[in-house]
Design a binder for this molecule. Structure first.
Ligand code: DGI
Ligand code: FE
Ligand code: FE
Length: 187
């Protein structure tokens, strides 16, 4: 599929407001990629595809994670974690995306991972700060993003972890390891 076909495919998987979010992540990811020396084309592609499975039925997402062995430990945590892995799987097996860097950036955009690549960081941060995002502290993260990918991401994960604690939810351990790894990278 070419770029136009992929855009049409993704747009069909989600409501209009999520498509607007996707376009915001694409713009922001390209800008961050240029600023920090990542590949803008890969950033745009990963951003386009990152939430493609977000609105798929949860039963279908759980089934795919189980059947295809995609990080099955996620099944014990919040269902919202699943769409990242399902999205990467669909991008590879149905949309013909072969670039493992792009697939990993999709796969780990929600949880993060230890030793995130530059592209992983660009996608994860763009997802936090795209222009349509509104949550307490987002402007502070936008300012941090002007000087440090790592500092901005730590602030993003801090806000996610605080939210999960406030809701009495479990925290996926890889998210904690991701934050630890980012803090180590600042030393
Ligand atoms: O898909 P998006 O809404 O654009 O953003 P996302 O893929 O980063 O999903 C973020 C949501 O995931 C956020 O509302 C918090 C929720 N979540 C639930 N458990 C965890 C989690 N996020 C992380 N990083 N770690 C968790 O354990
Ligand atoms: Fe997402
Ligand atoms: Fe997103």
């Amino acid at each position: 599929m070419d770029r136009e076909q992929l855009m049409g495919y993704v747009r069909n998987q989600m409501p209009e407001r999520r498509w607007l979010h996707t376009q915001g992540v694409m713009e922001t990811a390209v800008r961050l990629a240029k600023q920090y020396g990542a590949d803008p084309e890969k950033a745009e592609l990963a951003a386009l595809l990152h939430d493609l499975a977000k609105y798929w039925p949860i039963d279908k997402q759980r089934e795919m994670v189980r059947v295809h062995g995609l990080y099955p430990d996620m099944l014990d945590y919040d269902d919202v974690l699943l769409h990242a892995h399902v999205g990467a799987y669909v991008a590879k097996t149905e949309l013909g995306i072969e670039d493992e860097e792009v697939l990993d950036a999709i796969r780990f955009h929600t949880s993060g991972r230890e030793e995130m690549t530059l592209l992983d960081k660009v996608i994860c941060l763009a997802d936090y700060i795209e222009p349509g995002r509104e949550f307490p502290g987002v402007d502070g993260i936008r300012r941090l993003a002007e000087r440090s990918l790592e500092e901005a991401l730590i602030a993003g994960f801090d806000s996610t972890i605080r939210y999960l604690i406030a809701q009495g939810k479990k925290i996926y351990p890889l998210t904690v390891l991701t934050r630890n790894s980012l803090i180590d990278q600042l030393r």
